[in-house]
Design a protein around this ligand. Structure first.
Ligand code: SAM
Length: 282
């Protein structure tokens, strides 16, 4: 009898992934952490039964959260990652040799230790990179207290439940802005708008109050089922969203690494929102 891992994120829509082999299944200090193997997606990490990342499609999510903000900014030296315990986001950000310092604030040490051991294909050498400063604490507490300032902030969080809930609040976003350098930009994991319109609408609505430019962009990650995923975008520099494909291409070429999803053309296209998503963030 095959075993299946059922995701219970949405009320009327569920995703099941076949479990070929369970590698780990236990409670950490904050959440239930399970890792299993699936013939199509490779190793799959779930937290409280919700798919966080898979070896097969993590490149889409991590490339599309890391590169648009860094390449649009054009001179990002200090990057803040909130969440990102699997190390995939840090790995992608650290491909930019122009980035001098990455602070990664993860609430759950168990996710980091576990990912180092079981997900080396995702975190690769990120945790050993001397530019990475790993802080184990609540991201909301960190941005409320830090003296640090950042050019790009990436909120690579779980969904707004459990420990992740605080990372979708106005107080948190206000403190994220407090920690942004002039011309800085923040991007957020904001769910699948076809199924989770409320959280995107809330984030962009708060960003509209905090920033001169607030929007989102899209990418489709197979295991975040229900349609394209939205990434919130907030900055006081409206020009960042207007950077030309030519300029992005020059910067991307200078960065000198390969990608499997991100291209400057895909970057520009990601911000072309269909009317149903425009309606969500109106
Ligand atoms: N790609 C995933 C997604 O789209 O849902 C997110 C991946 S990453 C594993 C999410 C991380 O956010 C987890 O490691 C979790 O422990 C962390 N996290 C949740 N709440 C947090 C908080 N308040 N402060 C810092 N990290 C948090």
């Amino acid at each position: 009898m095959s075993d299946w891992s059922e995701e219970i994120l949405h009320r009327d829509f569920r995703l099941k992934l076949k479990v070929d082999r369970v590698l780990f299944d236990s409670e950490t200090e904050h959440q239930r952490l399970k890792l299993f193997e699936n013939a199509t997606f490779g190793r799959v990490l779930t937290l409280d039964s919700i798919t966080q990342t898979t070896e097969a499609d993590e490149f889409i999510y991590h490339e599309m959260m890391a590169h648009p903000a860094i390449l649009a900014h054009g001179n990002a030296k200090r990057v803040l990652i909130i969440g990102g315990g699997d190390g995939g986001m840090a790995e992608e950000v650290l491909k930019h040799k122009s980035v001098e310092h990455v602070t990664m604030v993860e609430i759950d040490a168990g996710v980091v230790e576990f990912s180092k051991q079981y997900l080396p294909n995702i975190c690769k050498g990120a945790f050993d990179d001397p530019r990475l400063n790993l802080v184990i604490t609540d991201g909301a507490k960190f941005v409320a207290e830090t003296e640090g300032r950042f050019d790009v902030t990436i909120i690579d969080s779980t969904d707004p439940m459990g420990p992740g809930e605080v990372l979708f609040t106005e107080t948190f976003y206000g403190n994220v802005k407090r920690c942004l350098n002039e011309g800085g930009v923040v991007v957020t994991q904001n769910g699948v708008p076809f199924l989770q319109p409320g959280e995107l609408s809330q984030t962009v609505g708060i960003f509209r109050k905090l920033f001169r430019d607030a929007s989102c962009y899209l990418a489709t990650i197979p295991t975040y089922a229900g349609g394209p995923m939205a990434f919130g975008w907030g900055t006081d520099d409206p020009a960042l969203r207007q950077v030309s494909e030519e300029t992005l291409a020059t910067r991307f070429a200078a960065a000198g690494f390969e990608t499997r999803y991100y291209t400057p053309a895909v970057h520009k296209g990601a911000f072309a929102l269909p009317p149903y998503v425009q309606d969500v963030i109106r």
